[in-house]
Design a binder for this molecule. Sequence first.
Ligand SMILES: [Zn+2]
Length: 155
Amino acid sequence: MTAVPARLPIPAPPDPIDTKALFASRGLRCTPQRQHIYEALRVVRSHPTAEELHNLVQRGNPGTSLATVYNTLESLCRVGLVRKLAMPAGCTRYDADTREHLHVVTSDGRLLDAPEDIGRLILANLPAELFQVLERRLGTAVTHVKLQLFADARE
Ligand SMILES: [Zn+2]
């Protein structure tokens, strides 16, 4: 078993990016509202719902409607810049970090990113031999694993 540090530094905010060029590379028109919504989602680490993101975006851009936020999120998901996360309670949260990473759902409804190194270790230590047994029993091939962790909230 590989040693895992108990405490990790708080992740730094994401590096600034050229949103206009990024949108263009995905064939998405870059409007100021889309840019603002995407940037707000990139910076926040809480995996907000559309309503929560709308509240955030309105602080800097009060004219943005909830419908615009929804439509923008749909467009961003369609071109692969944002990921939609279906929550057990039925709501949908959004993540601008589209890299493979594990999420931890807390009992108070938060969605946290597992630290990248720990997430990688968890996935690397899944029992491959059990997947082979499963594949034999079901007569199918497991193509990928989607793992979500649940945790009690701490004060
Ligand atoms: Zn995430």
